[in-house]
Write a protein that binds this ligand. Structure first.
Ligand code: SF4
Length: 339
């Protein structure tokens, strides 16, 4: 397997574009440090590479909702579960661009577009390409999440100017088949490799609170850190249990464990933007503050994510004021952080 987890070898916090060789033993040791030591280390790594008070802001739009053929146990959009979500067709390009323009006026620098597909069909590619070009023409970064991509589809999106492709590994390789049975962990890594090969930046992370162990979380982060190049963006989601889905009754994550996971992501992937993603509505301001201190430096803004609720802009603005945080400018978000 292309991305098997190294079980030995040196690690490096200064590794730039991946090729790191973190092993599970070392990662576990870091994760289990006394909480204050872990946070101090994560914050030190964070400060060495980023402005500690700047947070990158992205906006997300569902361009095709529901009716998905995949059976991801956490998702409201899977056709396998009676979640009550109404499916919709692929949005028109003009509407997507109008929404992106509004997001830019609201301070977002990156526009993320998601479609509930196993993979895009050839007949949809032209529309998708037009969306990417339209968002780029506004001076924003464009990100998409469309399911599995072939090398050819990846090339086409790269040619259109797509900056990022989101494709989460979700959890550890061991736990993957407990959550999704319609594709494999290896399928995920194949698409990530296709995207990277095409020259598109990678956004890949996972979800906590699906019944996985702490060891699964550590293993997932080691997999991401040890990719040939670490993802530029690492979203860490907290499961919002969806009534009707397979994980409707999942137990909530311990907030301290969540912060520890953010800190470990920051330490294993020092140059990546670590994104506090879905689940912020369930987090207290104090928990979010700890996540920012642990090295999270990216969020989604807006009232909704693909289908889930998100804190409103007023709440985020108030939290940013209380914490002295500021939105990260596009130049900073784009630039390779200094060594
Ligand atoms: S997570 Fe994506 S691939 Fe999985 S069911 Fe939901 S929309 Fe489909």
């Amino acid at each position: 397997m292309r991305n098997e987890i190294a079980t030995s070898g040196a690690n490096s916090e200064n590794s730039t574009a991946g090729g790191a060789h973190w092993n599970l033993v070392e990662a576990r040791k870091i994760y289990n440090l006394p909480f204050n030591d872990l946070l101090f280390r994560a914050q030190s790594v964070h400060r060495a590479h980023f402005d500690p008070n700047a947070v990158q802001m992205s906006r997300l739009l569902s361009i095709k909702t529901g009716g998905c053929a995949e059976d991801c146990g956490y998702c409201s959009q899977s056709a396998h579960y009676p979640t009550g979500l109404k499916a919709s067709k692929l949005m028109e390009v003009e509407r997507v661009i109008a929404e992106a323009r509004r997001a830019k006026e609201g301070g977002a620098t990156r526009y993320c577009m998601g479609a509930a597909w196993r993979s895009p069909k050839e007949r949809d590619m032209e529309v998708i390409v037009a969306m990417v070009r339209g968002v780029r023409s506004l001076g924003m970064e464009a990100c998409m999440t469309l399911g599995m991509l072939s090398p050819q589809q990846s090339e086409r999106l790269a040619d259109a100017g797509l900056d990022y492709y989101n494709h989460n590994v979700d959890t550890s390789e061991r736990f993957y088949s407990e959550i999704i049975t319609t594709r494999t962990f290896a399928d995920r890594l194949d698409t990530l490799a296709n995207v990277r090969e095409a020259g598109i930046k990678v956004c890949a992370g996972g979800i906590l609170g699906m019944g996985e162990t702490v060891e699964d979380r550590i293993s997932m982060l080691v997999t991401l850190a040890n990719l040939p190049a670490a993802p530029e963006s690492v979203p860490i989601n907290m499961l919002i249990p969806i009534p009707g889905s397979k994980l409707a009754d999942a137990a909530p994550v311990d907030p301290i464990d969540f912060v520890r996971t953010i800190a470990l992501a920051r330490i294993l992937m020092p140059l990546s933007h670590v994104r506090l993603s879905a689940g912020r509505t369930e987090m207290s301001d104090e928990m979010q503050a700890l996540c920012f201190f642990a090295g999270a430096n990216s969020i989604f803004v807006g009232e909704t994510l693909l289908t889930a609720d998100n804190p409103g802009e007023d709440h985020d603005a108030a939290l940013f004021r209380r914490l002295g945080l500021k939105p990260m400018a596009l130049e900073q978000a784009e630039m390779e952080p200094a060594e």
